[in-house]
Unconditional design. Sequence first.
Length: 398
Amino acid sequence: MTRTRTGAERAVDDIRLLGDGPIGLLTNFTGTLPDLGRTSEALVAAGAPVTVLFGPEHGLNGSVQAGETEAETHDARTDLPIVETYLRSGDALDRVFAESGVSAVVFDMQDLGVRYYTYIWSMFDAMESAARVGVRFVVLDRPDPLGGAVLEGPGLDTASFSSFVGRSDIRQRHGLTAGELARLFATRDLAARGLSVELEVVRMEGWEPAADIDATGLPWVPPSPNMPTLDTAFAFCGTGLFEGTTVSEGRGTTRPFETLGAPYIDGRLAARMRERELPGVLFREVWFAPTFHKYAGTTVRGIQLHVTDRRAFRPVATGLAVMDAIAELYPDDFRFLPPGERLDGPDRRHAIDLLWGSDELRRTVEAGRPASELVGAPSAVADVYGDDVLLYPRVSAV
């Protein structure tokens, strides 16, 4: 197996790829090299002119939960200042970049391949600010952990449901690398706002888009506290929708997003899901007591998803099939969270609408119709995007 060389590895080997002038590195604990050393430390040791570290959600070191940032303002390993950028956008982020004095913002984080995972939206906001402030934007590219061949799920209604879990109309399983997303954002979204960013992508070498990240020879680094395994990432692409419901998505357990449950669920759910014989996944009845988040300290029943074939597994269709079963078996108890709860307090929108990308899923289920009627066929990335976006060859097949 030929190991993939990431953009970060190439940049450390040749810092000229980063261009001239002081650099602000937008990174976190996922910005690693094959030996699991930090990109930030390696770039500084190689003589790259990194002057500041910008931190996203979960902070530079990943020590805090979703929706939080770390308090540290200095990185002892590199002796560089840390500036948190999570939820900073517009004028606030413009000021951060302008006051930092950098000539380029360099992005190095591991995305998950799912629209409602927030690191790509940190990148989106940073690209907008870089365009307004007039600094270059460089992406050190990394694999899409779910592979880069397939698109699944709905797009996003940006007019009504833009948020920090989605700012651009991409599919729920988007099939692109961070570098490819940056090209899409620059040519479509930023251009529509009259913005132009000087974008450079340090490409990977040896990445095969048809395979998941296990085929790259690169170690799996959990990209956030509740994303321990690659199977978690695959499940999250569908079960992340349960964040917007009264069902626990397994936060506060050792297998978040693979485990779903609630006090009102019983053994019928596991039996129903086994009857479905969905491709690439098995279901096991479980009891669990979350240590935090929904139903903390309460023993609940539910299911655990066991992904058995990642290529066959369809996470969005699976997530909706589970939602249909819960809504049918427990109609008096299953609910979507009210507006403003969980994701979007100030705007008072339903979390499920922001996750799905529109209110179509919520309205469908509340009308008593099956969520599964919204499942479209998967698409090939090559059939949707062209050479203006794609950096790595794709085949037109699903």
